[in-house]
Design a binder for this molecule. Structure first.
Ligand SMILES: Nc1nc2c(c(=O)[nH]1)N[C@H]1C(S)=C(S)[C@@H](COP(=O)(O)O)O[C@H]1N2
Ligand SMILES: [Mo]
Length: 211
């Protein structure tokens, strides 16, 4: 992030801190495919499955999730449809902390984030374990609303926001890459915002599994 000078931000500050092609809208848009689920946290759980280190599967109820180390991540958020939200203070459980308690097998290369209604997004293990990768339940001191992903959404700010799945229900450790919902429907498999990896036609052979 650019640091403001002693007299405030230099000219063009807004422009220069945004990845190419992005703009800052008024307000926080709500964007997703399908309906907003109604969640009863009493019946909610988060499943960790696939290639776990010990081969087992874990199901965490909401209180168990809240017992994990809590963190905050300050980051911008970039949608591929070009809006960016600046300075979001996400609060939740970092993916790294989750992976420390329920580690992936050493052969794991990617992670699939699963959400309600079968929405999914794949991320490379290196992106999943990055410092800014967090399972969030609050933003800027306020609990997320249902339309923004409550009770739990994933956020990986350096990747386009379709990877930041709302209403997360499971984490699947993968021993090879597999495309998620949008990665299968025209968006870039990796989706790094600063490299403007928007569409699958931009992919090079090593960016993802063949379409
Ligand atoms: N479960 C789910 N999560 C999702 C989506 C979706 O369709 N379903 N859309 C993604 C897209 S494209 C964006 S830009 C962000 C938008 O998050 P917001 O509505 O909180 O701004 O959610 C992401 N997470
Ligand atoms: Mo998006």
């Amino acid at each position: 992030m650019t640091t403001p000078g002693p007299d405030g931000p230099p000219r063009g500050f807004r422009q220069r801190r945004l990845p190419p092609g992005q703009y800052v809208p008024r307000g926080w848009p709500v964007l997703h495919y399908g309906r907003v689920p109604q969640t009863d946290v009493g019946n909610w759980d988060l499943r960790i499955f696939g290639a776990t280190a010990d081969g087992g599967e874990r199901v965490l109820k909401h209180p168990e999730l809240m017992e994990l180390p809590q963190s905050e991540v300050l980051a911008d958020f970039h949608c591929v449809t070009k809006f960016s939200m600046l300075d979001n203070l996400w609060r939740g459980v970092r993916a790294l902390d989750l992976a420390q308690v329920w580690p992936p097998h050493e052969s794991v290369t990617h992670v699939m984030i699963w959400a309600e209604y079968g929405y999914s997004a794949n991320v490379a293990l290196t992106d999943f374990l990055a410092d800014d990768s967090i399972f969030a339940y609050a933003r800027n001191g306020e609990e997320l609303t249902a339309e923004h992903g409550w009770p739990l959404r994933y956020v990986c700010p350096h990747l386009y926001a379709w990877k930041s799945a709302k209403w997360v229900r499971a984490v699947e450790y993968l021993v090879g890459d597999r495309r998620g919902f949008w990665e299968d429907r025209g968006y870039h498999n990796r989706g790094r915002a600063w490299d403007e990896q928007r569409y699958s036609y931009q992919e090079r052979p090593d960016d993802g599994p063949p379409l």
